[in-house]
Design a protein around this ligand. Sequence first.
Ligand code: ZN
Length: 461
Amino acid sequence: MKPNFLVIQVDQLTDRALKAYGGRYCNEAIDSLFSSGVAFNSCTCQYPLCQPSRASLWSGLYPHQTNILSNGRRWPVEDLADSVPTLGSVFKSNGYKCVHFGKTHDAGALRGFEIENEDAIEIGENPQFPYNQDTFRDVYTSKKANEFLSSYGWDKPLLMVVDFVNPHNICGYVGKKKDTRIEDPSGLPELPSNYNFDDIENRSKSIQYICCSHNRQSQVATWTENEYRGYLGAYYHYLSLVDKQIGTLIESLTNTKGYDNTYIVFLSDHGDSMAARGAVTKQVAMYHETVNVPLVFSGPLIEKKGMIDALAENLDLFPTLCDLASIDIPSTCEGISLKDAIINGIRPQREYAVSEWFTEWGYTISPARMIATEDYRYIYYLEDGKEELYSLKLDPYEKYNVAEKAEYEIVLKKMRLYLEDFIKRSNDPFYHQTVYAPVRWRSHKVGYHNHVGIAAPMEDA
Ligand code: ZN
């Protein structure tokens, strides 16, 4: 009998929020997946935004290959081409029951899955950490997923995806709390060591003016340290809520006859800034907090335990599940199988990991590429040709861009070669992509707190 898979995805979870990656707070269900599984200490999402990242994940293609380059609100997005094999279509044609619960936002890349409706169950309010649809949808998702597991007959092997939305509720939190002042921050989390953005003058304009291209960053222009600590408190709260839902899901699975033959995978579509550099949520920033996501393979079929010190990508999910299920990996898949790492503890061979950016809303378009090795992160922004380089071993919180320092010249040249290699091998139109950054959205004194008013209104496009 082929193995079953339960893939649990959350939305907007940076790895640093979890105990397994050095975080301060416990989350019982998620932590237990890590303590009983094989995890990767550096997993890169392919785009720090929901829809492009998810379309990439389910199709096994880089975002520029799916051409799904935004959330689609202002910049047009066409559904994934029918000719592209998807995780769902491949597993379905190999005899699997493929079911999906929760958030889709996939631009057609979940093709092959039977998709449960997205709905919500309200659970009252919490004045300190207000809820929005994100939280309520998770309650509905786990209810439906648990009902499915309790009634499934296991006549076919199962590929089940449960897509939770939290801690994404943090985006709605910013909107609701943008004008609220916190007088007493006691009990709230401390700010990260990279909260102050001392090096902002040495970054791309795309980074210096996130406040002008992203409404959430503009909404926090008047926040002080207290409000940022409130943000972190809320973030951990929303994470604890989804952890509870994951706990019920795993308990439901444990009570089925399919459990003993099931791999459990846990990952996130992208991260969250978590107040690093005074930033909130995610967007064009391609630093650790927004692009590094947790990845763990757990469950009764996993014998090896612990963290593997290696570069993984979200793109690896598709080929890895194929490999674990003895299904031929489609030639279109860009990622690599992590099976040898999961089963035998062998480090995967990968020189660099990649993430991409194009736009969120379409009224500023600032394409970027991020190349990460185990030791360095290199980011190139098309808007101003600015290069950023971080020594991840010496400066893991990416406080200082060293791209222009003479002692890093050799490293810089090597990172540029990796970018050229990526562009060539993946047929990436990066250098020919549109740039749209009106002067009026690049004009105030540098610093997010100097922003006045809302971010670029939609009619500016
Ligand atoms: Zn601004």
